[in-house]
Unconditional design. Structure first.
Lengths: 342, 342
């Protein structure tokens, strides 16, 4: 999210606190904040390492917004100016023409408080940041961008289920999405233990629910699944070891391991995930936790492609809709970021 | 072994090298080095955290040498004077009367080179260190101390199998026992990757062998099993996360997980293991790897007590001998160091 999560965390003197997004303008169908939904006008900036940005990557794929909302992928390793476009030719985003995401932040507001975070949506004509509101962006993609959705796009935030989705997401945010960070960035044993215990308590509460039903809410994929997925897909790779959430690996929990593999193997989920970016980001950026910056060889990724048998549960992944097609050729995850079949 | 393995390792400027033991006198039946085997004369100093010292803990139990060779257990957390007796009343070993193991080293040789390491055997009358030769001590307990073995003690180093035992132990030492340290203390990515790959390559070579036979060599427990056990029992608790040997957890390898649980549940093995000492030592002493000194809550230990079904393989754990009885009451591992049945 922010540069080394340094805008949020504090090593050594206080409890980890995740910042609220500073730029909370919304891009809406009616343009009430001055930012109407328009095809081709905005650019989504992500890191494939970041779970918060990855929510938007998944939503954009599921909803078929690839051509309406273009994509910039930042280098997983930030420097002291934060996220940078060093994966692109000449180290510049080819559409925005900038080297650092911070340049779009600065164009919007000089000396803005808070860090430079992804996901970020930038207005291409002005080069200004519109929003870095990680809690709102995907909800708006699901609801405000409907006119630009592909045919067969699922309803990721159905009105009838919003109360339940919101309730599940609130618990998952507190204990899991953000809980792993509170565990990993803890500087005191008691603080770590409280966070780590909450992570596993919540996962153990979710387990019987997901043993009975294929998805978290209703019988289709919703925003709640996207938000749980982006943490779970990182669990064994970085949260287990690097953040010390090591009571068990996800691969040892039959239900959750089946659930996350089911989603991983669903078009729009796994095809956004780059394990290489994930591992290099966490292990190389957080030098307060991993001073050697060595990136582990494990875990073995081949299990991600094994049968999960979740089809046996009732459930219609896309409801009355259809799965998305493959990602655009220039958005394929590199081979080193993906599991190789055994 | 040594203080934070600082006598052996080097953070930041050179490849990890394990020191040879400096004091290599042997305690033998014929006393040819001046140190004859005698009941009650020597004191074994260990840390329950240390895999090298734990070899001697297991051998002593299997051979029934508890009353012949007394035991001092050091605090798992060393300070800058290395291993200390802070678990004992007034912070002094009640038999040797010393606060630091280094005092016995100093009595033997002022300004000795190399670190202060466990296992160490001290001559009680003189208070002098006799040996810290971690590769030889257990072989001598098995062969030179025979006159003091309990009735029914197994032959842990049978003559007819020594070539095979030595060959297996040499590979296991290089790739596994010491390999996990080379991985964990690596300061360069390539160095880490070579070591970590060798760890798993060796474990994968051992897997089919241990799928066929209950023990590494022959059909009984030998020194080779003791040496593999003391690394494997620590694998998921510290080597997997802290030393980044994370291709898979041992609990994910059916054969090795069965093998190590079989030994853990065998009298003389698991009753020497203190997971609390192990975790606190590694995570709190190696601040170059874990600067926060936070000790993870995981892994869940309850699996250690689950059925392993290894009895189905041919094999006679103690050969023509018998298992040892329970450990002496004052040598019981504390409850926080042991798994609780589910």
């Amino acid at each position: 999210m922010t540069g080394s999560d340094g805008g949020n965390s504090a090593y050594g003197n206080r409890t980890f606190q995740r910042s609220k997004a500073h730029f909370t303008d919304r891009i809406t169908a009616d343009g009430r904040d001055g930012w109407p939904v328009e095809p081709g006008r905005y650019r989504l900036v992500v890191s494939r390492a970041c779970p918060w940005a990855s929510r938007a990557l998944v939503s954009r794929r599921l909803l078929g917004l690839e051509s309406a909302l273009s994509l910039a992928v930042a280098d997983p390793i930030q420097d002291d100016r934060s996220w940078r476009f060093t994966l692109d030719p000449d180290g510049r985003d080819p559409v925005l023409g900038i080297r650092y995401l911070s340049e779009a932040y600065d164009r919007r507001e000089a000396d803005h408080p808070g860090g430079v975070s992804v996901p970020a949506i930038v207005d291409v004509p002005s080069g200004k940041l519109v929003t870095n509101d990680y809690q709102q962006i995907t909800l708006d993609l699901a609801t405000e961008w409907r006119a630009l959705h592909r045919d067969g796009a699922p309803d990721l935030y159905p009105e009838a289920l919003r109360d339940e989705i919101d309730a599940v997401m609130a618990d998952v945010y507190e204990d899991v999405n953000n809980g792993v960070y509170r565990a990993g960035f803890a500087t005191e044993q008691a603080e770590y233990e409280a966070a780590c215990s909450a992570v596993f308590r919540r996962l153990e509460l979710l387990t019987p629910r997901l043993a009975r039903q294929r998805y978290l809410v209703g019988d289709t994929i919703t925003e709640a699944d996207i938000r749980l997925f982006t943490t779970l897909v990182r669990f064994d790779a970085v949260y287990h070891g690097h953040f010390k959430c090591n009571r068990w690996k996800l691969a040892e929990n039959k239900v959750l391991w089946g659930y996350v593999r089911d989603l991983y193997q669903t078009p729009g989920f796994g095809d956004t995930v780059d394990f290489d970016h994930i591992k290099r980001h966490y292990y190389q950026v957080h030098t307060g936790i991993n001073p050697t910056r060595i990136v582990p060889l494990g875990p073995d990724l081949s299990g991600w492609l094994t049968p999960h048998h979740r089809e046996e549960l009732a459930g219609r992944p896309f409801g009355d809709g259809t799965p998305p097609g493959p990602p655009p050729p220039d958005e394929q995850v590199s081979p080193q970021g993906r599991p190789t079949p055994k």
